[in-house]
Design a protein around this ligand. Structure first.
Ligand SMILES: Cc1cc2nc3c(=O)[nH]c(=O)nc-3n(C[C@H](O)[C@H](O)[C@H](O)COP(=O)(O)OP(=O)(O)OC[C@H]3O[C@@H](n4cnc5c(N)ncnc54)[C@H](O)[C@@H]3O)c2cc1C
Length: 377
């Protein structure tokens, strides 16, 4: 039996889902957000957010600095052979844990009348110009619009038979929070053979250590500790941080099968946002920015559609797909190319040496994978 009808159902309550739900609810639409996990919860993420999205977050009523986010303006890159390259970040950003950021946005969503349900969506059916969304506990909801914001990999990708889900991906992500010394205003990328580790502080003064590596390289070691000792710690900056800090998690969090394959921004009439529409390599430090920006893009067009300014669903879908590609295609391509080049073991040290000779190239590369500060309408 159908329980309730909504204007919009958002599936997935990460950054893309939460920001679009708040935006649409502020515009007086009836919004249901369904998230499978409880808040707050840690996620594998570098937790460096580009300032590109700050004006938009503030317009939604969210100021990360109220919750202790750290302002970050400096960047350091260290190479496999322990050379350090420093640069200013063209736009800068802030450090905030996903544990805190998602939780605060969730609270803001509830305050803005978004109905939030903790459940797993198992099916979305589009029929007679309406969606029917079904959860694991057999609850059914109806809406005019569905936003798919269910992240990089979900049971719904299998349901929709999305191409990327059948392909194996070589990437593994590991994250841990530690306490120790590290400058508040810096994000560092420390390279090691087969990967890199991002380091920056978050709101509670913990240091986030998050690395991504090739699963093939990883699996020949006994466990995470052995891998870190033998591979990460060849980078002396990383060794110093790991050895001189105290772990704040019992175990590091890990995720595998991180895919950067091309995805469609519309699938079965569902409007995809954030990683569900496409994921940039974390090396570029801007996946969260893209998630939030795509949420704004989708929300503006959905409002126009629900208010009759965009006349047909087809026009809504075409406009979203076109604008999504225009906004993100170039930076995705730049991100994929940079990540590909840095994955080549023979090439990565040479590229890093080149950057150490010409450090002014770093802000240019960062600009290619980031947008300008968001305009708030
Ligand atoms: C190792 C690593 C490091 C990174 N570092 C950075 C960084 O420093 N800076 C940066 O900007 N980006 C970084 N990123 C990228 C960033 O984490 C993502 O781009 C961002 O989280 C995308 O947000 P999202 O809302 O699209 O997805 P998510 O935050 O993943 O949210 C999706 C939500 O959907 C829920 N969900 C899934 N399926 C269902 C279902 N069936 N029913 C209900 N709920 C469901 C999930 O529980 C989840 O909460 C990193 C990524 C990785 C892997």
């Amino acid at each position: 039996m159908i329980k309730q009808q909504f204007d919009v159902i958002v599936i997935g309550g990460g950054l893309a889902g939460l920001t679009s739900a708040i935006h649409l609810s502020k515009a007086k639409f009836k919004v249901l957000l369904i998230e499978k996990n409880d808040y707050p919860k840690h996620k594998v993420c570098g937790e460096y957010v580009s300032n590109e999205v700050l004006p938009y977050l503030e317009s939604l009523g969210f100021n990360p600095f109220e919750f202790g986010a750290k302002k970050i303006a400096n960047f350091e890159l260290t190479t496999h052979n322990n050379k350090s390259i420093k640069a200013n970040l063209p736009l800068g950003g802030f450090g905030m844990s996903r544990y805190e950021m998602d939780f605060q946005l969730y609270q803001l969503a509830v305050k803005n009348n978004v109905k939030v349900l903790q459940e797993t969506v198992i099916d979305i059916v589009f029929e007679a110009d309406m969606f029917q969304v079904e959860t694991k506990l057999n609850e059914k909801f109806q809406s005019k619009i569905v936003i798919g914001a269910f992240g990089k990999r979900s049971n719904l990708d299998i349901k929709f038979q999305r191409k990327f889900i059948t392909k194996k991906s070589p990437y593994l992500g590991v994250k841990i929070h530690v306490s120790g010394d590290f400058p508040e205003d810096k994000v560092a990328l420390h390279n090691f053979k087969g990967g890199y580790c991002g380091v920056s502080k978050v709101e509670n003064n913990h240091i986030n250590l998050c690395y991504i590596t090739d699963f093939e390289a990883f699996k020949s070691y006994k466990d995470i500790d052995a891998f870190q000792e033998e591979v990460l710690f060849k980078n002396s900056a990383l060794k110093a941080i790991f050895k001189n800090s105290e772990a704040q998690f019992k175990q590091p969090l890990t995720i595998s099968q991180i895919s950067f394959e091309t995805k469609n921004p519309i699938e079965n009439h569902v409007i995809m946002c954030g990683d569900t529409a496409g994921m940039i390599h974390p090396l570029c430090g801007n996946g969260m920015g893209m998630a939030i920006r795509s949420a704004q893009l989708a929300s503006h067009l959905i409002i126009d559609y629900l208010q009759g300014k965009i006349e047909t669903r087809e026009a809504l879908e075409n406009q979203y797909a076109k604008r999504w590609k225009k906004t993100f295609n170039l930076r995705l391509k730049a991100g994929h190319t940079i990540a590909y080049l840095f994955r080549q073991d023979w090439l990565a040290p040479k590229l890093l040496r080149l950057l150490s000779w010409f450090p002014f190239l770093i802000p240019q590369i960062i600009k290619m994978t980031h947008g300008k500060p968001m305009i708030v309408k």
